[in-house]
Design a protein around this ligand. Structure first.
Ligand SMILES: Cc1cc2nc3c(=O)[nH]c(=O)nc-3n(C[C@H](O)[C@H](O)[C@H](O)COP(=O)(O)OP(=O)(O)OC[C@H]3O[C@@H](n4cnc5c(N)ncnc54)[C@H](O)[C@@H]3O)c2cc1C
Ligand code: FES
Length: 264
């Protein structure tokens, strides 16, 4: 039952960057997840929060430390236990032959299984990997292994690695110049919004994994709505057509835990 919490033991951890850590465990359901799906992670006495599946062999999540729940997860080590539910959500649909994948910050966690799948199917992929600084570039070596050095384009806000550019500007330039038939992205919503505009201009299908505040993770509470859609059930991967129907909120507004709108 994916809606029931299962307790799993951590078999391995990896510090990916100074503030991002991966936790690996055994779980048959997570091992069968589709790229882009997520788990609800229960941290007893603290919170239950959504985390993308960043690996299926072995199953794993990749956590960026931002607050109390993620700090607790970041301190876990081998043999500690967590509760998991899921995998939930739709995940990415693999279509087309020539794809641009754009990941910013910890958003790359949900894109890594997708990149592995696209590479495994022999698709022509270019990846833009963005972060604030060189130290925060996530999964650089693994992505290079999957797509090759020439197909990985790095950018950092401070110019400490790759171009000194923001990922959305670089993506917009590349979408303008190349004939991609699919754009996949995950990261800060302002970044996703700019990439959506660039893809729309060239009439290219875009699939973006977006975040909203989640309480249940499987369509019951309504806390994760964006326009008429529920991110946990209709998403987290939303395509251009869905995003066009949520333009009053997409890139601009999200609901806080009490349901009130706040600016993104
Ligand atoms: C589908 C999905 C996949 C995600 N995947 C990842 C991932 O792979 N790695 C990762 O590090 N983070 C991921 N996140 C974000 C992660 O859930 C939040 O960073 C985390 O919940 C923060 O909790 P906290 O107690 O540490 O921080 P808090 O101080 O409680 O919150 C910090 C910020 O995190 C966000 N947040 C807090 N609680 C939730 C919640 N229940 N649902 C959604 N957002 C919340 C809010 O924007 C909040 O302002 C994902 C979010 C979603 C919706
Ligand atoms: S998180 Fe409850 S409906 Fe989406």
């Amino acid at each position: 039952m994916i809606n029931k919490s299962r307790v799993v033991r951590i078999i391995e951890t990896k510090q990916e960057t100074p503030t991002v850590k991966s936790l690996f465990f055994h779980d048959d359901e997570t091992a069968k997840s589709r790229p882009g799906q997520f788990l609800m992670i229960w941290i007893p006495g603290i919170d239950e929060i959504p985390m993308s599946v960043s690996s299926t062999r072995p199953p794993g999540i990749t956590v960026k430390l931002v607050g109390e729940a993620t700090e607790t997860l970041s301190h876990l080590e081998k043999d500690d236990e967590i509760g998991i539910k899921g995998p939930f959500g739709n995940g990415f649909t693999i279509t087309g032959q020539k794809a641009l994948v754009v990941g910013g910050g910890v958003g790359v966690a949900s894109l890594l299984p997708l990149i592995r799948r696209l590479a495994g199917e022999g698709k022509d992929i270019t990846v833009i990997l963005g972060a604030k600084t060189k130290e925060e570039l996530l999964f650089k070596e693994e992505i290079m292994k999957q797509v090759g050095r020439d197909q990985l384009i790095i950018c950092t806000d401070d110019g400490s690695s790759g171009s000194k550019k923001i990922a959305s500007d670089l993506a917009a330039e590349m979408i303008e110049k190349n004939n991609y038939d699919q754009v996949y992205t995950c990261g800060p919503e302002k970044m996703i919004y700019k990439i959506f505009e660039a893809a729309e201009k060239r009439n290219i299908r875009l699939q973006a994994s977006v975040e909203r505040y989640m309480k249940c993770g499987f369509g019951l509470c309504g806390s994760c709505c964006i326009g008429p859609f529920l991110v946990c059930k209709d998403g987290p991967v939303l395509d251009n057509n869905i995003l066009k129907e949520a333009l009053d909120e997409f890139g601009k507004l999200r609901r806080d835990p009490s349901g009130k709108f706040e600016e993104i």
